[in-house]
Design a protein around this ligand. Structure first.
Ligand code: ADP
Ligand code: MG
Length: 289
């Protein structure tokens, strides 16, 4: 049996998904180390075989710099220095940012809701109808997603968030507060759930009280999802799809998808699947040396 040193870059063991990964790693015979991005890197004395970054949106820009430093200073000790990690920092940065994601997906011809970047000083408005969706660029769990009915409300969102830039996006009311979350590992869609928001809520994030149920994908949706993760270069992600009159559109690919809800609703051990994927990645890295 392989005994790998797996470093989980995560703020806390108490975070459910981090704890699940540690549990499953240990049960598969690995040594699991949880490293808080706040800790000085010079103190890291062991050479991990694999790094699994679990970077939420809290203090993301700081944490992703630490991940980039790890790629250079820790993984580069391999010879040759092949990155043996799940979701590299550059791809994380794009996937965490809703504008960068939109640009990357659009350039790859992947359908997503028409979106525009505006700054708080812009005087002209993009050609979207009210109500429209307003999103903070780097937030998650639905916390930075709003519905605006007028330019005044958009201005209020700027004031409330304090952000210099926001994303404006076409609103698809026909989704009725539902979306599809696909959990992808490598090139395989491992689990799919349909999420339904609480009554009166358009955001179907589980963190906002939505519920989930297992769901089937159309073949064209599976293709869309796999093309999305290939385009964004993510090895583990949670891809959100919105079913609309324009077909299924990609909302985002979350590079740090939560495990709690989807493992429960789909009755699957996804933490173990991630660890098994890490083992395969390590195996490939070894043989290519
Ligand atoms: P977050 O990263 O915070 O999860 P998302 O872009 O995934 O942000 O949006 C959160 C939720 O809001 C989605 O899961 C969906 O239910 C709803 N939503 C987002 N964009 C739209 C849209 N353009 N039209 C209708 N509903 C949307
Ligand atoms: Mg989402």
């Amino acid at each position: 049996m392989l005994n790998l040193k797996i470093l989980l870059l995560s703020r806390k063991f108490e975070i459910h998904s981090s704890r699940r990964l540690v549990e499953e790693g240990v049960s598969r015979g690995h040594t699991m180390l949880l490293w808080d991005p706040e800790w000085p890197l010079a103190r890291l004395k062991i050479q991990p075989d694999i790094i699994i970054p679990r970077l939420g949106s809290y203090q993301f820009s700081k944490a992703v710099k630490v991940l980039a430093a790890m790629e250079r200073q820790v993984l580069a000790r391999f010879n040759p220095p092949l990155p043996c990690l799940i979701n590299p920092s550059q791809n994380y940065t794009v996937a965490r940012n809703k504008w960068f994601t939109y640009v990357a997906l659009t350039e790859a011809g992947i359908a997503s809701p028409p979106s525009y970047l505006i700054t708080r000083y812009d005087e002209t408005f993009p050609p979207l109808e009210f109500p429209m969706i307003v999103k903070k660029l780097e937030s998650s769990k639905g916390e930075g997603v709003f519905l605006a009915h007028s330019t005044k409300e958009v201005a209020e969102i700027f004031a409330k968030t304090g952000d210099e830039e926001l994303l404006l996006q076409e609103y698809f009311p026909e989704a009725f507060g539902t979306d599809i979350r696909a959990f992808v590992i490598g090139d395989q869609i491992k689990a799919v759930m349909k999420r339904t928001a609480q009554p009166g809520e358009f955001r179907s994030n589980l963190a906002l009280g939505a519920t989930g149920e297992p769901c089937e994908l159309q073949p064209s949706e599976s293709e869309l999802i796999l093309k999305t993760v290939r385009t964004l270069g993510l090895q583990v992600s949670g891809v959100d799809l919105l079913r609309t009159r324009k077909g299924s559109l990609v909302l985002e690919a979350n590079p740090c998808p939560g495990l709690e809800g989807i493992e429960k609703y789909n009755q699957q051990n996804l933490a173990s699947s991630i660890i098994q994927y890490a083992e395969e990645l390590y195996g490939k890295h070894k043989t290519s040396r």
